[in-house]
Write a protein that binds this ligand. Structure first.
Ligand SMILES: NC(=O)c1ccc[n+]([C@@H]2O[C@H](COP(=O)([O-])OP(=O)(O)OC[C@H]3O[C@@H](n4cnc5c(N)ncnc54)[C@H](O)[C@@H]3O)[C@@H](O)[C@H]2O)c1
Length: 377
């Protein structure tokens, strides 16, 4: 008998960016079996793609409503246990709400919803249902990010006093200068993307990473956004000052018009005793700086690392692991939670992190639109 966790997928079809990352991640530790889904709103594309990845026709559904209705008719032993939501942002809330109400565990892409109010509504339902709810801030799954989190918690750099996170992409630059082309990008359409493009898409990764790595909560922010053209409603660039306290401050610098940048996400955390630096494009290196000592470069898979980091590494040192593996670690954490096994705090980003992300996005827009003022989170 197959004891794998039965996973359903919404979105993430053959035409998508993130679908393949989730499918590979789900199979990585042999915890899951993909049993069905609705991968594409176009019925032909949906069926074609499902057949391509070997999903039986009976469990290829025309919409998420039909998926929930039909799955509920199956016995508990057959029914999907967890559903991954990999669609454009505006669909996350209605899908997650209905899945939650019907007792499914959920893995949802970020940003969680299109408003903080929706996110709070999901949290209220989850409080009652007690299902597992993960929000895939993928970068938290990297072994060296987990090492950074553990080292900061263990006091390796002392009290944090300065933070600097940069997330620069350039992919919107070729699109933004043409009003017609802009319309073809759902992330630049408020009806599909929500109230923000750049902050919602990548600023939220930086914000989550900051709170995840430091185990601290940002108290106030001040944002300056760039929309690039008066007729473009969605931000494509921003600089956000953050304060944890009067004595611990920093900056999030994010852009999708940083011309020709790829996925240049860097994290720099400075403490009173030392500093930690990590860069997404070279994720297998964590730089540890201490005054008066040579800089150390930590790498995955070594005995000197924390258990949390080592759990996320599958191969001996020197075999590079990357984004798929980071997502695989998150799926592994979710599987342990679903199966009632022990897992380390932070093994998957949870609903609370998704809700914080939505609060952050709304407050950034509020700060900018009110004349670049400080606002409390
Ligand atoms: N965690 C990360 O690092 C990361 C990276 C990329 C994207 N994302 C997030 O993942 C989500 C999807 O982004 P993407 O870049 O893959 O988008 P995409 O446009 O490339 O793909 C979206 C997919 O959803 C499908 N879809 C659309 N409407 C649907 C519906 N009604 N029912 C079922 N399927 C439907 C599309 O056919 C497509 O397969 C977004 O929320 C985005 O923010 C996260």
């Amino acid at each position: 008998m197959n004891h794998k966790i039965r996973l359903g997928i919404l979105g993430g079809g053959g035409d998508s960016l993130i679908g393949v990352v989730h499918r590979i991640a789900a199979h990585m530790f042999d915890y899951y079996q993909i049993v069905g889904g609705c991968f594409n709103p176009n019925p032909d594309e949906n069926k074609k793609f499902a057949a391509h990845i070997g999903i039986p026709a009976a469990r290829v559904y025309s919409s998420f409503d039909v998926l929930i209705e039909e799955e509920l008719k199956l016995s508990k032993e057959e029914r999907m246990q967890v559903v991954s939501i990999l669609t454009p942002n505006f669909l996350h809330f209605p899908m997650a709400k209905k899945l939650l109400e019907n007792g499914f565990n959920i893995i949802c892409e970020k940003p969680l919803t299109t408003s903080h109010a929706e996110a709070l509504e999901l949290q209220a339902i989850q409080d009652q249902k007690q299902v597992v709810f993960a929000v895939t801030y993928t970068y938290t799954g990297y072994p060296m990010v987990r090492q950074m989190k553990q080292m900061i918690a263990d006091g390796a750099i002392g009290a944090v006093q300065k933070v600097d996170l940069q997330y620069y992409q350039g992919w919107i630059n070729p699109v933004i200068h043409h009003a017609e082309q802009r319309k073809s990008v759902w992330r630049l359409d408020p009806e599909k993307g929500g109230i923000s493009c750049c902050i919602g898409d990548i600023g939220t990764h930086a914000f989550d990473m900051l709170e995840y790595a430091t185990n601290m909560r940002v108290k106030t922010i001040l944002a300056d956004l760039n929309y690039r053209y008066p007729d473009n409603e969605m931000d494509v660039d921003g600089t956000i000052l953050v304060r944890f306290s009067d004595y611990c401050k920093g900056v999030l610098r994010v852009s999708q018009i940083a011309t020709a940048e790829e996925n240049n996400f860097t994290v720099q955390i400075y403490g009173e005793k030392g500093s930690l630096k990590w860069a997404q494009e070279n994720p297998n290196y964590l730089n540890f700086l201490q005054e008066g000592k040579p800089q150390q470069q930590l790498k995955p898979g070594h005995d000197y690392l924390s258990r949390f980091s080592l759990e996320g590494t599958k191969l001996p040192p020197g075999h590079p692991e990357g984004l798929f593996d980071a997502m695989g670690n998150i799926y592994s954490g979710v599987a342990k939670a679903i199966l009632g096994q022990d897992f380390i705090n932070g093994a998957y980003p949870d609903l609370e992190e998704g809700v914080r992300g939505m609060l952050f996005i709304e407050k950034v827009i509020e700060s900018h639109k009110n004349g670049n003022v400080w606002v409390n989170l």
